[in-house]
Write a protein that binds this ligand. Structure first.
Ligand code: SAH
Length: 215
């Protein structure tokens, strides 16, 4: 795998497009400019890597649209050293963006084949989040609490375990809804109080509830 000048040039163009769509956070833009997204797609599809679109990654799943990755990352307001939980590892691209933002990343995937593929792949390109095979609805109680939590699949409701595993002052970003999701950012004000904000409509693959491998 090579990251050529052509790829770097395409990434610069992608950054310009994402900026135009309203992403202002320089750290997020720098992270996306740095990560070779074409490494995450099968080699026959590399020309699609820098188009601002979601793309199939096998096992019926998708790598999120760069704008959506940027939008969710911006809402998380990550500071260096924060502990971040991602639900829905998928290709691992979003996890790499979180690592570039300086987070300590814990990520869960429920599809075993995808989990294994991404776990083997990310270290080969220099990224080492903690990766877990399991059900994102349950979060990772053994590693809680987290400063930030991001869900990268459409959740029919906000999973209560994730709110519990958030630190006071922490932020949970989750797309909520069935066919179309509303992006929600939830801030935990105190152990008993939350504040929720809505940030427009998005489309994600569903956050599935049963633990068995989804095909
Ligand atoms: N963040 C990914 C995109 C994820 S697509 C990336 O950057 O490529 C959503 C992912 O969530 C899929 O891989 C899907 O298998 C996973 N998923 C769906 N339901 C889940 C659950 N209950 N727990 C953990 N992962 C889940």
């Amino acid at each position: 795998m090579t990251d050529s000048y052509k790829h770097k040039g395409l990434r610069k163009q992608l950054i310009a497009i994402i900026k135009e769509k309203g992403i202002l956070d320089e750290n997020v833009l720098n992270a996306i400019e740095k990560i070779p997204r074409h490494f995450f797609l099968d080699s026959s599809f590399t020309e699609f890597a820098y188009i601002d679109k979601a793309f199939p990654i096998g096992n019926g799943q998708t790598i999120s649209q760069p704008y959506t990755v940027a939008f969710q990352s911006e809402l998380l307001k990550i500071k260096k050293g924060e502990k971040v939980l991602e639900v829905g590892t998928g290709s691992g691209y979003q996890a790499c963006v979180l690592l570039e933002l300086g987070a300590k990343v814990f990520t869960i995937e429920r599809q075993k084949a995808l989990y294994q593929k991404t776990k083997a792949f990310l270290p080969t390109i220099g990224y080492n989040p903690r990766m877990f095979y399991g059900d994102g609805y349950a979060g990772l109680p053994a590693y809680a609490p987290f400063d930030k939590i991001i869900v990268t699949a459409g959740a029919p409701f906000i999973p209560e375990a994730l709110v519990q595993q958030l630190k006071v002052g922490g932020i949970l970003v989750v797309p909520v809804g069935e066919d179309v999701q509303t992006m929600i950012s939830l801030t935990k004000i105190s152990e008993t109080q939350i504040e929720q904000k809505e940030h427009g409509s998005f489309r994600f693959v569903p956050l599935l509830e049963d633990k068995a491998d989804g095909k």
